[in-house]
Design a protein around this ligand. Structure first.
Ligand code: MG
Length: 159
């Protein structure tokens, strides 16, 4: 039996903040995320996809942004907890596919670095994670570089 889950996240961008995507810092980003935690939209979307597939709430239920424990927290912690819940239910991650919506910088070859890092965090082979990047074509919150967003879908398999 398989389970599928979907996740989405958006954070505002501000100059002088750090941008982390899939656990990979993007040092040449002109702005980073405004967030309670490290604001990693890709990992947050993945956490929601994992929790959705496992039938267990969402990231806001588990890690409220009003809780001081999660202030500036690495999103690796959130992903690890979501994975624990997946495994406790007898599932493993089969694959994940993700899209990052970011105006600049173009992620280019770093999509591979991000995919490799996410694969490591999920405990799957590198080719079981897809990372795509889309610009906002200069329109909307993404296009104005006012926000960064991510979508993720994960497939879980028994065992
Ligand atoms: Mg978030």
């Amino acid at each position: 039996m398989c389970r599928i889950g979907i996740g989405h996240d958006t954070h505002r961008l501000r100059r002088g903040k750090q941008l982390v995507l899939g656990g990979v810092e993007i040092p040449d980003a002109p702005a980073g995320t405004v967030a309670h935690s490290d604001g990693d939209v890709l990992l947050h979307a993945l956490v929601d996809a994992l929790l959705g597939a496992a039938g267990g709430g969402d990231i806001g239920d588990l890690f409220p942004n009003t809780d001081p424990r999660w202030k500036n927290a690495s999103s690796d912690i959130f992903l690890a907890e979501a994975l624990r819940r997946v495994r406790r239910k007898g599932f493993r991650v089969a694959n994940a596919d993700c899209i990052v919506f970011l105006e600049r910088p173009a992620l280019g070859s770093r999509k591979r670095d991000i995919a490799a890092r996410v694969a490591k965090l999920l405990g799957v082979a590198p080719d079981a994670v897809g990372v795509k990047a889309k610009s906002g074509e200069g329109i909307g919150a993404i296009g104005r570089a006012a926000a960064v967003a991510a979508q993720a879908v994960v497939l879980l398999a028994r065992g």
